[in-house]
Design a protein around this ligand. Sequence first.
Ligand SMILES: NC(=O)c1ccc[n+]([C@@H]2O[C@H](COP(=O)([O-])OP(=O)(O)OC[C@H]3O[C@@H](n4cnc5c(N)ncnc54)[C@H](O)[C@@H]3O)[C@@H](O)[C@H]2O)c1
Length: 241
Amino acid sequence: MSADPSARRGIPDATVARLPEYLRALTGLAERGITSVSSEELASAAGVRSAKLRKDLSHLGSYGVRGVGYEVDHLAYQISRELGLTQDWAVAIIGMGNLGHALAAYSGFATRGFRVVALLDQDAGLLGQEIAGLTVQPMTALDELVAEQGLAIGVIATPAASAQAVCDQLVAAGVRSILNFAPCVLAVPDDVDVRKVDLSTELQILAFHEQRKALAAEGSLGGLDGNLDGSLGPVPKAVNR
Ligand SMILES: NC(=O)c1ccc[n+]([C@@H]2O[C@H](COP(=O)([O-])OP(=O)(O)OC[C@H]3O[C@@H](n4cnc5c(N)ncnc54)[C@H](O)[C@@H]3O)[C@@H](O)[C@H]2O)c1
């Protein structure tokens, strides 16, 4: 495993997208007291094929030991380090409506190294309200949050119509990573990373697979690739972006 951050640039995006899933699986194994794991077991826990898992982990310089597999704690540490999770990140949630409230109350961010330091909204009626132990602040607080709290990640939970303006405000304040829950595409400079979460898209993909399964069961998918024995297995379900 190379400690050189430049080595990270050689890791394909698709591999990076699967690393959190491996980490989740490893955390589960560690919680059950399991100290080493074969690539097959880990692949199964993460929902990918073992050849893909081995290839992914080889990008981290981690090859496992023949007959033993991977050491759970060490691999979890390597992945955490690669993902930048060995330090914690300051996060602000913008848009304290239904979704913003739910995200603010979610305890899973803190346990994964993401510190929610601020909740922001433009609605004067919400300002000063306390939600999940934090006081809702106006958008004008952004500059100070970046300068004083090291705000690194902005989570956009506003309606789509406001999302680009909010994004622009985050970028102007110096935020370089944005998680967008609004159903729209954001335009950002090259040095800003945006990840989009869209439950509707995920549901649409499930609908596609449901339709496919129904057609396969009817026997009308003969020309398509893959596992058309009616089970559709063993195609892994956890294909990450
Ligand atoms: N990604 C998903 O899976 C998913 C799921 C549910 C909702 N959503 C999306 O999340 C967003 C929020 O949904 P909701 O139900 O919480 O909406 P909501 O109307 O309850 O809340 C939106 C909040 O954003 C604030 N806001 C609006 N414009 C703003 C601006 N320019 N600056 C700061 N704050 C601003 C509003 O004052 C309000 O408090 C929507 O875009 C919705 O489509 C996404």
